[in-house]
Design a protein around this ligand. Sequence first.
Ligand code: F6P
Length: 376
Amino acid sequence: MAKFIGILTAGGDTPGLNAAIRGVGKAAMNTYNMQIIGFRDGFRGLMENRIVRLDSVALSGILTVGGTILGTSRDKPHKMPIGGKKMDMTGVMLENYKRHNLDALVCLGGGGTAKNAYRLAQCGMNVITLPKTIDNDVAMTDITFGFDTALTIATEAIDRLHSTAHSHHRIIVVEVMGHNAGWLTLGAGIAGGADVILIPEIPYDVNKVAESITERRRSGKHFSIVAVSEGAMSTDLAKDYQKARDELDNAKEKGDKPARKAAKAKLAEIEKRRAASTHELTRQLEQLTGLESRVTILGHVQRGGTPSPADRLLASRLGTACAHYIDEGVFGVMVAVRGNDVEPVPLEDVVGKRKNVPLDHPWVCTARDLGVSLGD
Ligand code: F6P
């Protein structure tokens, strides 16, 4: 009997999502004789039963297209915003899953999506996820699709910033996305030849950054490129952040609601300071070095457009492997890249974890050996 599978894309869009949808769909139809439907706009579409039939016509011509043909959202099954309230809609999602006689639900997303998919698996759905995010921060997989494209875009931006920084003898601070992980900034910083790379894993001392730029100037280099992660923090901000986090954890442990509220307010305040910190850093560097400074925020440019060949390949490989695992009845897993292999990893080993850059990672050592300042 043919199996019926549903597929959705959740969280921020990523180049390679359509290649993955196509990979799952083509292998499911051609190799395993399955039928496939898509839910629109992530978990919200599953709740609202908004579907699209993914036949061979729908899957044609999408390999190179950026974004996701299904649409996406950051809505969570157990906290769905409805009429100004957040409601647990997992029951409704289960009903819709049954209404379509689904044998499996494929969720394409990052760490947050894996967590939400795990919740649905605990409700009785046969769930399987694929790791996508430009941030490359999903635990238990060596790489996520979308990362390579974003890395390429950020590197190209740094390449382009070099000539203008050089011509004007300026510091250019370029902010790179990547949430709370430094993979994109570190990778693009090294590949693009940045002089300073600041990542969330290594809190920076602005005086040390300024010293390294002044040192470059003394050696006759009158411009510098500073690549900074959107999640990077100065040592002072990192201390305040850690204190507020500890307060929140304590309050949670004691069940102290007012203390919990206060710690959350502090964290929100720190978040605001962090969001403004790239501009603040640029201003400080201008003051400390006497070099004119400019800031460039790459933002969503990094997520847009056609996926790189490496991402198309990875997404196709993970998508087709996913159809194979569905056929074998392997559920409650994320299809992960481990070394040269693709493997199913239990979702409980993925959720609640984040893959940050280890301080002794080869890329960190490479940057240091190249004489790049990491701000510490
Ligand atoms: O997770 C992908 C990502 O692009 C992060 O790098 C960034 O912090 C976040 O999403 C931005 O989210 P949004 O598109 O919702 O503003």
